[in-house]
Design a protein around this ligand. Structure first.
Ligand SMILES: [Zn+2]
Length: 235
């Protein structure tokens, strides 16, 4: 797109999607980009279906707990909060009023919510919707029915399946032994995290991931999130 097209769009619409993710380890075969690539694909699917705009994905998030795994990148929470605020501020300056932050990384949740709390009162004309792709009812029940407790918390079959569907040439499955989810009683630092989850998987059975599940999940994400956006009231 170019700025002329955005100017034209804003005459009739004020909705925009901001996909956000992370670049962090995803177990023995999950790709670093899993969370941002998944969010980006869903955002593009929704944008195309509704003829609305999606901006480029924010590919790095809040991943301090993954930092003993080589290749993982993170923003400090305060940096990430500033990034979220300044992107929304930019969109607001041009006349966008309804924004969906479409999230692909569980570890971003608290930071994004804290960011929103810190500035939302200063932007009363804005409507910001924060959605993780696995939250819509239709998506969540598909995950429960097909993976149950083995969905786990990180490097899960649902995200891995979507990566297999979109990027099959890059995802190279290996057999990964399933281990029950363990938790720390205290707030875990990166070393504790590594001790609890030595291969980077958190109580998930990655072996359940398939391309077919990935296609189903992707379609359900696009349809249910599109439906939600269609129900937004005018700001
Ligand atoms: Zn992930």
């Amino acid at each position: 797109m170019n700025w002329k097209e955005v100017e034209e769009y804003l005459k009739n619409d004020d909705r925009v999607i901001v996909p956000i993710g992370s670049t962090e380890q995803h177990g023995p075969y999950g790709l670093f980009g899993t969370d941002h690539m998944t969010a980006d694909r869903i955002a593009r699917g929704v944008a195309e279906k509704l003829s609305i705009i999606t901006v480029p994905v924010i590919p790095i998030g809040m991943s301090v707990h993954h930092m003993t795994f080589p290749g993982s990148l993170t923003f400090k929470p305060q940096t990430f909060m500033t990034i979220v605020e300044e992107i929304i501020e930019s969109l607001r300056a041009h006349g966008f009023r309804r924004v969906m932050l479409l999230n692909g990384h569980g570890g971003n949740r608290d930071t994004v919510k804290t960011a929103l709390s810190s500035f939302i009162n200063d932007m009363p004309e804005m409507r910001v919707y924060f959605r993780c792709w696995w939250e819509p009812e239709e998506v969540n029940s598909y995950i429960k029915e097909n993976f149950g407790d083995r969905e786990g918390h990180h490097s899960s079959p649902s995200e891995t399946s979507q990566m297999m569907y979109h990027f099959s040439e890059h995802v190279k499955p290996v057999d990964v032994e399933f281990k029950e989810m363990k938790r720390s009683e205290y707030f875990a630092d990166k070393n504790t995290f590594r001790k609890l989850y030595p291969n980077g998987v958190m109580g998930a059975d990655v072996n359940m991931a398939t391309k077919e599940h990935g296609e189903q999940l992707y379609m359900k994400c696009v349809s249910s999130i599109s439906e939600e956006i269609n129900q937004w009231e005018k700001a």
